[in-house]
Design a protein around this ligand. Structure first.
Ligand code: ADP
Ligand code: MG
Length: 248
């Protein structure tokens, strides 16, 4: 996926908000890319544009030769809220993207994915009967069921408690290692970005620009305990300094 000089201005009653400023980025196939930045720096604006959910003011985004201007079948999105329909059980929530495309749900693939995330046997439960972590697992199954090549995740674990968040980070690391999908993952947690990413795109405050791209080469699979090693903590501090420095 290629982002070329992406800019976004929002027109509001009180004037124009300059959310993104000439962001260019080459996402490598199969990489785990984290986008890190302070609240309001345009992370969601960038990701939503990559999903084809809203348009840029300038610049363009391509997947291969396809210009992304509307949702693309190879690109799936996972939000902070699981966004399951409360009146549908899990099975029917997961079937929704297939219904929208007027295709038959891939039952074998869905069963395998449910098993993989520990939700086998919960097909007939309703969202209200599931914990937040389980709902987010279900939304991961829903996006992977259609077998996209790119998975966009917008602070997907930000609303979960710390323990569940660690579990979900391990799960997404495993799924990424097993499937080889390209994952673009937004977070404002430096530790989460360092735990998950091959590369971290550090964005500056509004208007959002790319400040720096950081390579992360801790070997995988990374255990949760890596976060308390001196090497990891040193990297957290490096990135913190990068961000603080800019604000000063
Ligand atoms: N639909 C919108 N209309 C007007 N301003 C918006 C809209 N969406 C986002 N913004 C503004 O654009 C900036 C970037 O927002 P966003 O992309 O959501 O940032 P982030 O995800 O990094 O927190 C913010 O100042 C936000 O208030
Ligand atoms: Mg956001």
């Amino acid at each position: 996926m290629t982002v070329s000089s992406a800019s976004k201005h929002y027109a509001t009653r009180s004037g124009t908000v300059h959310a993104l400023d000439r962001v260019s980025l080459q996402v490598r196939e199969g990489e785990f890319l984290c986008i890190l930045g302070p609240s309001g720096c345009g992370k969601s604006t960038l990701l939503w544009s990559m999903a084809g959910l809203h348009s840029l003011s300038n610049g363009e985004i391509r997947l291969g030769s396809d210009k992304i201007e509307k949702p693309h079948p190879e690109i799936a999105m996972i939000f902070q809220e699981a966004n399951l329909l409360p009146w549908r059980n899990l099975e029917n929530n997961i079937a929704l993207p297939f219904e929208l495309k007027r295709t038959r749900p891939d039952k074998a693939r869905i069963a395998k994915l449910l098993q993989r995330v520990g939700l086998a046997g919960f097909e007939h439960k309703f969202p209200r009967e599931l914990s937040g972590g389980m709902q987010q697992r279900a939304s991961i199954v829903r996006s992977l069921a259609v077998n996209p090549s790119v998975l966009l995740m917008d602070e997907p674990f930000g609303a979960l408690d710390a323990f569940t968040r660690d579990e979900m980070n391990l799960l997404i690391q495993e799924i990424w290692m097993e499937t080889g999908k390209t994952i673009i993952f937004i977070t404002h947690s430096i530790a989460e970005a360092l735990f998950l990413a091959d590369r971290i795109v550090v964005m500056s405050a509004r208007p959002g620009r790319i400040q720096e791209i950081v390579d992360v080469d801790f070997p995988r699979p990374r255990p949760v305990s890596i976060q308390s090693t001196p090497e990891f903590i040193a990297r957290v501090n490096d990135i913190k300094a990068m961000i603080d420095h800019r604000k000063a």
